[in-house]
Design a protein around this ligand. Structure first.
Ligand SMILES: CN(C)c1ccc(C(=O)NN)cc1
Length: 327
């Protein structure tokens, strides 16, 4: 079969939420192609942490089973994290169903998750080798569903301030322009990782970053690239400054932002619209805006939601490739 769910942006496109059913209980979740744990807000959490959230109640699911002695503990690139116990239950995402999916029940979550009340947990969609459950590592929903899906793929159609979709088991060609271009995925680190060494700012010359690699990460809001690329990009933006106070590059909100093309696997130049790189105002008067493209010091670049707003992305778990097309 296949499954389709709406992907709805939070205010400011900070993250994209989609509904899943766990043991008959519907939870709006953050789908994250950069991690591999499915964890939920639930009735085991302190009442303070539960406040404002939809909390999964394992006692109300007739199909929930605890995995004795299992636990998880995950931390994300931004320092946030969650930890707790583990069970299994039936998970249905838009019609795609897994009967014995590992459900990780947080007993502790960091403050940024508690305050993010629209999100009731994460659905990890990276490779299962990154799953944090101990003593027995668990599989992601996609890994479990793959063999029953019409095609071993899931896709992300994320949009700027508009509702898109996550699809499992099918590629809906009405969601993108032209044809998908596919690139090899390096699965060594457990991410949807590919080589990304060539960059082009606007219609300018291309620059090369030897050994550049990137991951496609729906769970990261921005696009984090090599500092030399980021500096070359913003050198073309009048008034762009590195603003330590707000934590990155800002520019006048009326600035003319060039497009940025980044190579994907050496086979495709993915164009990110300049308009999508204007992320959000930092002041009430909307005079100064924060860039959606920011520098990362590691040579593993993180292409987050800013890229997904310009590029439709297909993740093929059958042959470990990633497909992209403008949308
Ligand atoms: C605090 N929250 C909502 C986060 C959600 C996801 C991530 C992340 O790095 N995903 N790849 C970090 C933080």
């Amino acid at each position: 079969g296949s499954g389709v769910v709406a992907a709805t942006p939070e205010q400011g496109d900070v993250e994209y939420l989609a509904p899943i059913s766990i043991g008959g209980q519907t939870m709006n979740m953050d789908f994250d192609s950069g991690s591999s744990d499915l964890w939920v807000f639930n009735t085991q959490l302190s009442t303070a942490s539960q406040t404002g959230h939809t909390n999964f109640d394992p006692a109300k699911s007739s199909t929930f089973k605890l995995i004795q002695g299992a636990s998880f503990s995950i931390s994300y690139g931004d320092g946030s994290g969650a930890a707790g116990t583990v069970g299994t239950d039936t998970v249905n995402i838009g019609g795609a169903t897994v009967t014995s999916q590992a459900i990780e029940l947080a007993t502790a979550v960091s403050s940024s998750f508690v305050s993010d009340t629209q999100s009731n947990g994460l659905v990890g969609l990276a490779y299962s080798k990154l799953n944090t459950v101990k003593p027995t590592q668990q599989k992601t929903f996609f890994d479990n569903a793959k063999s029953t899906l019409a095609m071993p793929v899931f896709t992300a159609d994320l949009r700027q301030a508009a509702v898109g979709a996550y699809t499992f088991g099918a590629i809906d060609s009405t969601r993108f322009n032209g044809s998908l271009t596919w690139a090899a995925v390096n699965t060594t680190n457990g991410f949807w990782q590919f080589s990304s060494t060539k960059f082009q700012v606007g219609r300018g010359s291309t620059m090369n970053i030897a050994g550049g690699q990137a991951i496609a990460d729906t769970g990261t809001t921005l696009m984090l690239a090599n500092a030399a690329v980021v500096n070359a990009y913003y050198s073309q933006v009048t008034g762009a400054v590195n603003n330590q106070t707000v934590g990155g590059v800002t520019f006048p909100c009326n600035a003319q932002l060039p497009d940025l093309a980044v190579d994907v696997g050496g086979t495709y130049m993915a164009t990110v619209r300049g308009d999508d790189i204007n992320f959000a105002p930092v002041d009430a008067a909307s005079t100064t805006c924060f860039g959606g493209l920011q520098a990362i010091s590691s040579n593993l670049q993180i292409y987050g939601d800013i890229m997904f707003k310009s590029q439709f992305v297909a993740f093929n778990g059958g042959n470990n490739t990633i497909g992209m097309a403008p949308h």
